[in-house]
Design a protein around this ligand. Structure first.
Ligand SMILES: C[S@@+](CC[C@H](N)C(=O)[O-])C[C@H]1O[C@@H](n2cnc3c(N)ncnc32)[C@H](O)[C@@H]1O
Length: 265
């Protein structure tokens, strides 16, 4: 008890609801930490995940690239920086609840700021109905998008669309905080190969993983229906196609450690 000016002890009537107050202080601390974690993920963690994903792709410079759910251009712009004559297209439905100020103008503004506006395009489209012909893109990437699509069947539609517009020999890399095993299974059902799921990287308090895979390259014997008697035996040609496909993804496999080989359904 403290003393007043008169020298007498000053009365102290206590704090009401001490348990509630202590709880609120703890809750406030947790909320502050959570908000800090979200901001760290957006400003630092996500950029690191982007770099790991993009740097693992063996770029040539002439690729046609698709970023599914590009938002303000995180992967789109990073991919465009690796292009010389290639082009990167971002599609999105521009949900503001998923990203602040989410609109094509913001993506274009970022692309101009990063000096790649001449190598990108941005379109309105839903991942579940991609407005592109079959076998259009060499590389398809996506970051933190597909889990926003509700219902397994709807997410499967989106992943099947990605597999459809991927060129034979092309590669896909899908970063997400949920359902990554599901995406891997759908890609496998679409006959993609070398499907891998990376180790988790913590983003927004969730384990983010990248699913990578490759569409098998065209069969080498597809254009030689008439035998000249000098063709490489079929078994050797198949092996060659498998090996060349595997080589294309070697860089991804080396840089994104494999946590799981997708279990066959
Ligand atoms: C969390 S943001 C991520 C944006 C960007 N990929 C990034 O990593 O910064 C999720 C994005 O997915 C988009 N999105 C959600 N559902 C979609 C759908 N069905 N088709 C296309 N984009 C979608 C949202 O509009 C939003 O831009």
């Amino acid at each position: 008890m403290s003393q007043g000016a008169s020298g007498r002890a000053r009365a102290d009537y206590g704090i009401d609801g001490p348990g509630t107050v202590a709880g609120l202080v703890v809750l406030g601390g947790v909320c502050l930490a959570a908000a800090g974690g979200m901001i760290w993920s957006s400003k630092i963690g996500k950029l690191r995940a982007r770099d790991a994903l993009i740097d693992a792709i063996p770029w040539r410079g002439d690729e046609q690239v698709l970023d599914v759910g590009c938002g303000r251009g995180l992967l789109l712009i990073a991919a465009a920086k690796h292009l010389t004559i290639g082009r990167a297209i971002g599609i999105d439905v521009w949900h503001r609840r998923d990203q602040a100020d989410n609109r094509p103008e913001a993506t274009w503004r970022n692309a101009r700021a990063e000096g790649v506006a001449d190598r990108i395009d941005v379109r309105d489209a839903d991942a579940r109905a991609l407005p592109f012909a079959d076998n259009t893109f060499d590389v398809i990437v996506s970051s933190l998008v597909l889990h926003n699509i509700h219902g397994r069947a709807e997410r499967e539609r989106a992943v099947r669309e990605i597999a459809r517009v991927l060129k034979p020999g092309g590669c896909v890399a899908l970063l997400d905080v949920a359902h990554t095993t599901e995406y891997a299974q759908v890609l496998e059902a679409c006959s993609l190969r070398n499907i891998r799921i990376s180790r988790p990287r913590w983003l927004f308090f969730m384990p983010a993983r990248t699913v990578t895979g490759q569409k098998p390259p065209p069969r080498l014997d597809a254009c030689s229906p008439v035998s000249s008697g000098k063709e490489i035996p079929m078994i050797t040609r198949r092996r060659f196609a498998q090996v060349s496909g595997a080589l294309a993804l070697t860089a991804i496999a080396q840089q994104a450690p494999i946590a799981q080989r997708v279990a066959r359904a």
